[in-house]
Design a protein around this ligand. Structure first.
Ligand code: ATP
Length: 275
């Protein structure tokens, strides 16, 4: 579990990016952390992984205070940043050097995941493309089997087959003890990958609900102008939107539309879930 309580944080003398932000991310879910550019998704992941410290408030991960940066904390958590450097060694050596930090690391899984991502163990990490390096880091992260896994924009740089592999591997990774957070502004990429939606904006958390809760409260599909939709947008096949769903009718949540609704109709979306 990740629990941020009343976090206040700003970079240097910059205005406060978070001013009293509270957010709990429960285990047993793959959380999609969504927000427009610059809302603080990366910052939030860095706070959760102890790379940044709030000026006020606490961040606890699996019961440990992130600000204390204990060794036990880093055995429990793996953070894949959006951009990173890899050393000039082979993939095999990379596994050997880094695996000892993670008690549940599985070399068998690492090999399988590399194969899924079409990577050979004798590749030199400094000679890989951005997408290949991303695949290495994702395969390693998943093989660490940490209870908390944080992925910042994991689909950036991945080709379509690799996105499919990531989706499949994450589905296999998720279980009731694990907390997985996938941050992105590319909402379509994580559709079908996540089962809890967290939407951030400049004022804080707009939504933190499971996909099941969302489809229980909202209906997604074709609407008429007279329907009093919470949100509607013109598509190639006409007007589509989100309606309140008091009858609990089935529809497939459209994450992009939900995100657009949360951005443009913040209070309507919040009120629907606060009732
Ligand atoms: N090291 C830094 N120093 C100063 N300001 C920063 C720093 N890192 C981020 N910021 C600012 O903090 C805000 C939040 O940045 P952050 O990277 O957390 O947003 P994000 O939601 O992850 O954005 P994106 O979707 O573009 O990745 C932005 O306004 C950014 O300019």
């Amino acid at each position: 579990m990740i629990r941020l309580e009343k976090i206040v944080f700003g970079y240097g003398s910059m205005h406060k990016l978070f001013d009293g932000l509270s957010l709990t991310l429960l285990p047993g879910h793959i959380h999609g952390l969504l927000g427009v550019n610059g809302t603080g998704k990366t910052t939030l992941l860095k706070l959760a992984s102890g790379l940044l410290f709030p000026s006020q408030g606490t961040v606890r991960v699996g019961g440990l205070d992130a600000a204390h940066r204990e060794a036990a904390f880093y055995r429990e958590l793996f953070f894949v940043p959006e951009e990173f450097a890899l050393p000039a060694i082979t993939l095999r050596r990379y596994g050997e050097v880094n695996a000892p930090f993670y008690p549940d690391f599985s070399f068998r899984q690492f090999g399988e995941y590399l194969q899924e991502f079409s990577l050979e163990c004798n590749l030199r990490l400094d000679r890989l493309s951005m997408g290949q390096r991303k695949r290495v880091q994702l395969a390693f992260a998943l093989a660490c089997n940490t209870p908390v896994l944080l992925l910042d924009e994991p689909t950036n740089g991945l080709d379509i087959p690799s996105k499919r592999v990531l989706r499949k591997l994450l589905a296999g990774y998720a279980d009731e003890r694990r907390t997985v957070v996938v941050s992105t502004h590319q909402v379509r990429d994580i559709e079908g990958m996540i089962d809890n939606v967290v939407i951030l904006d400049s004022r804080g958390v707009v939504l933190n609900r499971t996909v099941e809760e969302i489809s229980g409260r909202m209906w997604f599909g074709p609407v008429e102008a007279s329907d009093h939709a919470i949100y509607a947008e013109e598509g190639i096949d006409g007007l589509r939107g989100i309606l309140e769903n008091p009858a609990g009718s089935d529809s497939r949540p459209d994450l992009e539309m939900l995100f657009n609704a949360a951005v443009s109709e913040r209070e309507a979306v919040r009120q629907l879930f606060d009732r």
